[in-house]
Write a protein that binds this ligand. Structure first.
Ligand code: BDP
Length: 699
């Protein structure tokens, strides 16, 4: 009696646990989109069971071991069983993973040319026939490509897609796909809202926190291949030997995941580390110092990626301190890195008031005349917009203008987007940026084609995202902010990927495959960007904040400098509001090509969502819907705050459909967002009303 009952009881309990797994599983967000929750749908399970019985893959190298471990972890989670390891194709349903160089089975397929064309990071995932057995192959010219391919394959399983008739070939559209960490050596993170830095500099190099490998794994799952570990406001100490050894320990952890380490360099390091009296880039002693430093770095970190440099910007030292140009500065570092294959990413985030009165014009004014004078391993790193990651900016006019390779810089951390309190899915904004037409080669020259080099034939391409990760258990503070880390990675791989599709994949992997959850959460994410713009800075308004970059502060008069204030940008008075950047104003529009410069020079041909960015208009200016500008502002602020309030109720429909812990955490954040949105509306409308002297009457 006992003998027969016992297993039944145990099985019964297991069954109950499995049945409730999707809801009851305790979730803290640590596993991000790599949760590998059991596939419940019986038809899907049966299909996966047929396709996946055996694994034929080597595990003799660090990366191969990661591939095998990842597949094993995933199968155990998704299917409740591991694949049987095999040396030959003995059964149908074998998964073959490898490179032609290391796997005779892959070599035998005769795909070498195809794989070579996809490069060492690209891959093929295909259903094939070996002998009379149907198999699935994940193959690449490089081991890192097999890791990327494995993660892609697992994404199919996690999102519930069929895997029986696959023919996928991918290669990354951009060469360098980086996260930039604004982490300081003291563990704080500039503009970080998810806890402290998890590099744990004090513990390095002897102890590498396990989180570092988990971080690298998450990045590898997106195909990211580089990380700048320290802030652009760089502490020169990060180039000191003891810190290089610490960085080397991080690089060792990153390496099997295909991720290279880069450092932010302080331009005055030769002086600040106490070696030289000058950092003049044309002084031979300075050049020697950088060469010796580069040699030292590569001796410890052989695959070191290079330097990002913020120079002559916001108080940082730079070549202009010696009356030298940005190119002089970039080139001295570039020459030092060149023998080792390293690059310099020289940031264009500069705003020297001597160059032009309008801050948005300065980078273009400084860098275009220097084009052609940079060494060939220098990238100019350009933020998506000309000011500073505002909720809506036009694309930076340097996109499509420079011949020097450009490293695009996007900001994942939500400095101007409600930090880790507001839900704002940024992919729609990035899409808008990538899709904007630069007219560089006539109509049909979107930013994405400049960024990926296809427009100009440029092969040196790259993108950097300012990371939103930190030591918080869930990495990003807000559970939903993980979607921005995820979306950045997917767009870095393919800048033409759609915001909705990325969101859907992320939801299925991170939350649930249940249609109600997918639908609700996807529409929430997709509505969030425009809603945020509406309740904070609609119609091209920008910088309506104070020093915390969080709360509304349209009255901010920042005494330190006008271009850190809010009033300098909105210029509201009784006659109207907005910044005149047309030829009769600052002529910022003159930095764009025709027909943009003509289009954006007239209010009637400027998109209304950027009207006040380009123009100063009277309060009674008529919008296309017949409302006045003032009424339009009232409408946007009112609608934004209402929608943000509505997010709470929409989220509440998911109660019981997602795990309780994450449900409650997100709900609390959305409630705060709703209150903040109302505060933004009230503060901005009452502030502007003192100039407009018109009633607040929403449509
Ligand atoms: C601004 C941030 C500041 C950064 C700067 C930069 O407020 O903390 O140092 O950008 O990108 O957005 O250098």
């Amino acid at each position: 009696m006992r003998i027969t009952r016992r297993p039944v009881t145990v099985l019964g309990v297991l069954w109950l646990m499995a049945g409730a797994a999707s809801v009851a599983r305790a979730e803290d967000g640590y596993d991000v989109w790599l949760r590998y929750v059991r596939v419940e749908d019986p038809a899907m399970r049966a299909a996966y069971d047929r396709s996946l019985t055996t694994l034929l893959a080597r595990d003799d190298s660090p990366t191969e071991r990661l591939v095998v471990a990842e597949l094993s972890r995933a199968m155990t989670g998704l299917l409740g069983r591991n694949l049987v390891r095999a040396d030959s194709i003995a059964s149908s349903g074998t998964l073959v993973v490898g490179t032609p160089a290391r796997s005779p089975m892959v070599r035998g397929l005769g795909w070498d040319a195809r794989l070579a064309a996809l490069g060492p990071e690209g891959y093929v995932i295909a259903s094939a026939q070996i002998g009379d057995r149907p198999v699935t192959v994940i193959a690449s010219a490089g081991e890192i490509g097999t890791l990327h391919g494995a993660f892609h394959f697992l994404r199919l399983l996690q999102t519930g897609r069929p895997v029986s008739a696959l023919d996928i070939a991918e290669r990354p559209r951009l060469d360098r796909r980086l996260l930039n960490h604004w982490d300081n050596l003291d563990g704080s993170i500039e503009r970080g809202y998810a806890g402290r830095s998890f590099w744990m500099w004090d513990e390095l190099p002897d102890h590498v926190d396990p989180r570092v490998a988990d971080y690298a794994r998450a990045n590898a799952s997106l195909g990211l291949n580089g990380t700048v570990v320290n802030s652009v406001n760089a502490n020169p100490k990060s180039l000191r030997r003891d810190y290089l050894k610490k960085a080397a320990a991080l690089a060792d952890t990153f390496r099997p995941y295909g991720i290279r380490l880069y450092l932010a360099a302080n331009f005055a390091a030769p002086k600040m580390l106490g070696d030289l009296q000058t950092t003049d880039p044309l002084d031979p002693a300075v050049a020697r110092w950088w060469r010796a430093k580069a040699d030292e770095i590569y001796a410890i970190i052989p695959d070191f990626g290079g330097f990002v440099v913020k120079a002559n910007s916001e108080g940082q030292p730079g070549p202009q301190d010696y009356k030298r140009s940005h190119a002089d500065g970039a080139n001295v570092l570039a020459e030092a890195l060149r023998p080792h294959g390293g690059i310099v990413m020289w940031r264009a985030f500069v705003y020297n008031a001597d160059v032009d009165a309008d801050r948005t014009k300065r980078a273009y004014a400084e860098f275009v005349p220097l084009d052609d004078t940079f060494s060939d391993n220098v990238f100019v790193q350009v933020k998506n917009g000309p000011l500073d990651f505002q909720p809506r900016e036009p694309f930076h006019p340097l996109f499509g203008a420079l011949k020097t390779p450009v490293m695009t810089e996007l900001q994942i951390t939500q400095e101007y987007f409600g930090h880790s309190t507001h839900m704002v899915y940024l992919a729609p904004m990035w899409r808008e940026f990538f899709d904007a037409d630069t007219f560089t080669r006539g109509p049909g020259s979107p930013v994405s084609t400049f960024v990926d080099g296809s427009l100009t034939g440029e092969r040196r391409t790259g993108i950097a995202g300012v990371a939103n990760t930190g030591g918080d258990r869930n990495w990003t503070g807000h559970h939903l902010a993980q979607a921005n880390w995820y979306a950045f990675g997917r767009l870095a791989w393919n800048p033409d990927a759609g915001a909705a599709g990325i969101a859907e994949d992320w939801i299925r992997m991170t939350w649930s495959r249940e249609p109600a959850v997918v639908e609700t959460l996807r529409s929430l994410l997709l509505d969030s960007y425009e809603t945020y713009v509406d309740y904070t800075m609609p119609m091209g308004l920008h910088h309506l904040i104070g020093g915390d970059h969080y709360a509304p502060m349209p009255e901010n008069p920042d005494p330190r400098r006008a271009d850190w204030s809010a009033i300098y940008y909105h210029r509201a008075d009784a006659s109207g509001i907005g910044f005149d950047r047309t030829p009769s104003g600052s002529n910022y529009v003159g930095q764009y090509r025709s027909p943009l410069r003509e289009r954006w020079a007239a209010p009637s041909t400027t998109p209304e969502n950027l009207l006040l960015w380009f123009h100063r208009v009277p309060w009674d200016y008529r919008l296309s819907n017949g409302r006045t500008l003032w009424q339009g502002l009232v409408d946007h602020y009112t609608r934004g705050a209402e929608r943000a309030r509505g997010f709470v109720a929409r989220w509440q429909t998911l109660k019981g459909k997602v795990d309780q812990a994450r449900y409650a955490a997100v709900l609390a954040k959305l409630e705060q967002q709703s209150a903040d949105a109302a505060a933004w509306r009230d503060k901005c409308l009452t502030y502007f009303q003192q100039f407009s002297k018109r009633a607040i009457e929403p449509h």
